[in-house]
Each structure stands twice: as C-alpha cells, then as structure tokens.
Design a binder for this molecule. Structure first.
Ligand SMILES: [Zn+2]
Length: 178
C-alpha cells in the first residue's frame, strides 16, 4: 500500500475550514495528515502538496512531546458503540434531522480513559484500524496535553477529550461576548 493511503483517513472532511486539512502534506521532511484533533506523520516526502509554513512550529512542538513519554503502552481497546439521543435534534423533530436520519438516536463510541488522558473512542478505533502496531505514550499530564502515539513507520498525537471540551467552552465564551 502507498504510504499516503495510510494517512488519508486522518485528514479533515470537505467541510473543514482549512484547505491543508483535506489531504496529507509535506512539511520539513515529513508527510503529515491532520483534522485538527489528531495528527499523524511519517518521515519522508510522500505527498505532492507542500504544507503551510506557519504549521511548522506547531508540528515540531507536537513531535517534541514524544520526548516526554516515559513508557510506551499497549493500544487501548475501543468499547462497543452505545445508543445515545441525537445531539442535533435531541430526538425532537427527528423526522427532518439529517444527523440521525429521523431515528432520534445515534450510536457513539464511548470515550476511553488512558494514563495520559481521556481519548475519543472514535480516534482510538481509527488508529487501531488504520495504522500498524500502534502504542500509546504514557506522559506526565493533567489531561490537557495531546497524547503521543507511535506505530510501525511513524508517529502522531491525539488531542484529549478534556482539551476538546476546553476549546469548545472557549469558543462558546467568545461567541457570547461578541
Ligand atoms: Zn437527529
């Protein structure tokens, strides 16, 4: 399989704001894919797109987190998907809801507690499904740092659920003050 295909699942969807998130890009000798919440990199130039230079320092900062890992541990297992009320329509007027196709509920993977923070079940499963032999980096953390991981041929980080919730709160605060 071509290296770039390994990275494709980690790119952002077409709805994503930044064009560079749509497909893997090359930055400082690495090929990188990210959707803003997970980043995966492989040494070498395997994509035709050059990444935005302003991302360089951010990516290097994320890579540097790997040096803080004190133990590489077994990849966590994603639990079963659980039925939950649709976050879009809350089950009210579900008939016209595109998110749940009128059912009023959606199935979601539960977040997973790891020694380095709480991770989205969605990303835990995505890594296990697409990357060979992943291991998770145990780091000293308050849950507010991206969690390093590595696999045969490359590395990456996943933002914790605590971080994502924190950012969501920031966003809400900004919206209400403007
Ligand atoms: Zn719905």
């Amino acid at each position: 399989m071509k290296t770039i295909n390994l990275l494709m699942p980690f790119c952002g969807g077409h709805y994503y704001l930044h064009g560079w998130a749509h497909k893997p890009f090359v930055l400082d000798g690495y090929t990188v894919a990210t959707d803003g919440r997970i980043a995966v990199w492989i040494p070498g130039c395997h994509a035709d797109t050059e990444g935005p230079q302003h991302l360089g320092s951010r990516i290097h900062h994320l890579m540097a987190l790997h040096a803080t890992v004190f133990e590489w541990i077994m990849w966590p297992e994603a639990g079963p998907a659980v039925k939950q009320p649709c976050p879009q329509c809350q089950g009210v007027n579900a008939l016209h809801c595109d998110d749940c196709c009128g059912r009023g509920w959606v199935t979601e993977l539960q977040p997973i507690a790891t020694p380095s923070g709480i991770l989205s079940g969605h990303y835990v499963r995505m890594v296990a499904k697409n990357l060979p032999n992943p291991t998770l980096g145990a780091i000293k953390t308050d849950g507010q740092k991206p969690v390093p991981f590595r696999f045969s041929g490359g590395g990456g980080v996943i933002m914790t659920q605590q971080q994502i919730m924190g950012y969501t709160r920031e966003d809400t605060r900004e919206r209400t003050t403007t």
